[in-house]
Structures are given as C-alpha cells and as structure tokens.
Design a protein. Structure first.
Length: 184
C-alpha cells in the first residue's frame, strides 16, 4: 500500500512538472509573439511616416526621382515581407534608402530649415530608437524560447507538443557587422 502511494505521488509530481514546463513554453512563445507584434507596430508607424517625409523632400529635390522610387520600392518590400529573415533584409534596404534621403537633404539648406521636414526627421529618429528597443526585446524572447526548447528536460515536452524555435531579427549585410574605422 505504501509502495503504491509513493508511485502515485511520483506520477503526480511528474504530471505537475510536465504541466509547469508546458505552461512555461507557452508563455515564452507568447512573449516572442508579443515582441514581434511590437516591432510590427513600430514598423507600420515608420511606413506611414515615410510618404510624408518624401512629399516634403520632393518639393525641394525634384530631380531626385530615382531616390524616391528606390525608397518606395524598399518600403513596399518591407511591408510585404513574410518571414523574420525577409523582414530583416527588407529593413536593411529601407534603412539604406532613408540614409540616402537624409544625405541628399544635406544639399538643400532650405529643406533642412523647413520645420515640417525637421519634425518628420525627428519623429523618424525617435521611431528608429523604438524599433531598436523592440528588436532587442524580441531577440531576448527568442533566446529564452530557444533555450527552453533545446534544454533538457523541457525539450522532451517541447518536442511532444511541437514547439518551434524562433528566428532572430539579425543584420543580414555582413558589412554592417564590421567595426567602423575612424581616422583623423
């Protein structure tokens, strides 16, 4: 009778442990999805801001048609990306296009002095900082999720219920990873 009671107690403990691990994996998956949702919201704000910024610049830089086409194409690619990897590549292209826009804006002192342009540029800078923070949060949740899925004994339960590893939001362009050389 005591032996049977010990066996039942062990089975109940194993069951509760399994439930606890399962709930932990669900929480990590949901945190990862929440992190991606935050990135998505900030990117949508950025996509909505870009046309306003381009319209402001167009008034001053009418002959920069190719730049505006590149920005529009990069924005559309970024909006239509379906995986984290595609999103990363598209975001890098969009970021480079926007850097070109601001570099061209430097050639137009009247544009730089335009209050609307300055406000849009400041708002875009603030959004970029928010996107960076959201990316860090998302990558942290992906790391936690992936560790739980790969670690024993939680990997047994993760495999039983087909939990999937998350994909990190990374820099796709290898040149961006190189240290910047500063020469005086």
């Amino acid at each position: 009778m005591i032996f049977f009671g010990v066996i039942v107690a062990i089975l109940v403990l194993i069951l509760f442990y399994g439930i606890s691990v399962y709930n932990s994996l669900v929480r990590k998956k949901n945190e990862m999805q929440e992190g991606w949702s935050s990135i998505d919201v900030f990117l949508k704000k950025r996509y909505d801001l870009i046309p306003n910024l381009m319209e402001t610049v167009k008034g001053y830089a009418k002959h920069e048609k190719e730049l505006f086409e590149n920005i529009t194409k990069a924005r559309n690619l970024a909006q239509n990306a379906s995986t984290v990897s595609e999103q990363g590549q598209a975001e890098n292209a969009l970021k480079n296009s926007m850097m070109n826009l601001f570099a061209i804006a430097e050639n137009y002192p009247e544009l730089k002095a335009n209050q609307n342009f300055s406000e849009l540029q400041n708002e875009l800078t603030s959004l970029e900082e928010d996107i960076e923070m959201a990316r860090r949060y998302y990558n942290g949740t992906v790391k936690d999720n992936n560790i739980a899925i790969e670690s024993f004994p939680s990997n047994v339960i993760a495999n039983m219920f087909t939990f999937k590893k998350g994909e990190f939001f990374e820099i796709e362009d290898r040149n961006e990873r190189k240290a910047v050389k500063i020469q005086f």
